[in-house]
Ligand binder design. Structure first.
Ligand SMILES: *[C@@H]1O[C@H](CO)[C@@H](O)[C@H](O)[C@H]1NC(C)=O
Ligand SMILES: *[C@@H]1O[C@H](CO)[C@@H](O)[C@H](O)[C@H]1NC(C)=O
Length: 356
């Protein structure tokens, strides 16, 4: 019994010293980018398909049919009509993948290509048949197929967020903080899957640039997007497109008008927010603190960031009440936003904001 006191002291020191160090790091490290000139708190946001769209993580718009495709947590690929008034929008269950569809993009043959977290890369034909395109590369199965985009020539670029942890094992993924993500390509003509970039800290959304020279991919944990060169002398080279984002990036979508829209999640835990590879011990302690003591309140907002072709921020739309906004697509003057957290899409009327 008399020995218990030194033990308590020693234990407190073991826990407290790193905890204090973390708070110091957090204060000193310049995580927060300078406030952006063109930043807006969301106003007049409308909800589309309330109670019918469960975690519409990504959206793809078909201008010919006027339909938005989205994958939901109940496994359904749903189709939503785009109408002037959100009250007129109709949600239809189209095809159920039996998995968890995340990223999706229109194919070139009236098909839809889907990154399904549980199943791999899928193609759904216009008559609703589901084909598995690929679910492994270099002998390693995908665990969390996440984002996908297509080039004009039909080449598919996609990510596996983690080859180790599935969507249901996010807690382990977060506490481990290891780079288990891969960027890959799938060539429909040869049916070949190729690993292009490995060791990515949670590989997420993908966007092919309009000139077809790069593939941009989001590295969620590092709060940045990188560029993989798919053409020219520097083919195969990787550099940074944008870093130090004001939230964790999910999907990135090109709007056909000189801007990419990046869906940003609120940073809710210390351990996610720290530059992970720098402080592995600190991260471990933080995960323990968060598990047993609770998460510190972080004043960060979910929202969207519009960036230009060079990755320069143009506008930031956010709201303190939003947690995980995962995608944004522009249709006429509206921005339709997906989220993995809400049972609806959010629609913003961009004409209301100055500068856009
Ligand atoms: C909503 O949009 C769909 C698809 O474009 C269209 O068929 C339908 O008539 C529209 N509904 C209303 C009430 O405008
Ligand atoms: C969008 O906002 C503009 C400017 O406030 C307004 O004139 C327009 O009617 C709005 N559109 C819709 C569909 O609400």
């Amino acid at each position: 019994m008399s020995e218990s006191r030194p033990h308590v002291l020693l234990l407190s020191a073991i826990v407290l010293i790193p905890a204090i160090a973390v708070v110091l790091f957090y204060q000193l490290d310049s995580f927060d980018p300078a406030p952006m000139h063109n930043s807006h708190v969301l106003q007049g946001a409308e909800m589309v398909g309330v109670g019918q769209l469960f975690g519409p993580e990504d959206l793809a718009y078909d201008p010919n049919s006027g339909l938005i495709y989205t994958g939901c947590s109940d496994g359904w690929i749903k189709r939503v009509t785009v109408n002037e008034s959100v009250a007129d929008s109709v949600v239809e269950n189209w095809v159920n993948t039996g998995g968890r569809p995340l990223g999706l993009v229109l194919g070139h043959h009236n098909d839809v290509i889907i990154a399904d977290a549980n199943k791999g890369l899928l193609k759904v034909t216009s008559d609703g048949a589901i084909d598995l395109l690929t679910d492994e590369a270099e002998g390693v199965k995908f665990k969390l197929t996440d984002g996908v985009d297509i080039t004009d020539a039909g080449m598919l670029y996609f990510t596996d967020a983690s080859e180790k942890y599935s969507l249901n094992e996010m807690t382990q993924e977060i506490s481990q903080g290891q780079p288990y993500g891969r960027l890959m390509s799938y060539d429909p003509s040869t049916k070949q899957t190729k690993v292009l970039v490995r060791d990515i800290y949670f590989a997420n959304g993908v966007a092919v640039t309009p000139d077809q020279s790069f593939v941009i991919f989001c590295e969620t944990r590092m709060r940045r997007c990188k560029r993989y060169y798919i053409q020219g002398e520097r083919k195969g080279y990787v550099d940074t497109f944008i870093d130090n984002l004001p939230g964790i990036p999910d999907n990135i979508r090109y709007d056909g008008k000189g801007q990419y829209w990046i869906g940003l999640g609120k940073v809710t835990t210390f351990s996610w927010d720290l530059t992970t590879q720098s402080y592995p011990l600190v991260r471990k302690v933080l995960t323990i603190i968060e598990r047993y003591i609770g998460r510190p309140h972080m004043k960060k907002n979910g929202g969207l960031l519009a960036v230009d072709l060079e990755g320069k921020p143009i506008a930031h739309y956010y709201d303190s009440g939003l947690s995980l906004i995962t995608t944004g697509i522009k249709i006429a003057n509206h921005l339709y936003c997906g989220s993995i957290a809400y049972p609806y899409m959010i629609r913003l009327n961009l004409t209301q904001y100055h500068g856009i």
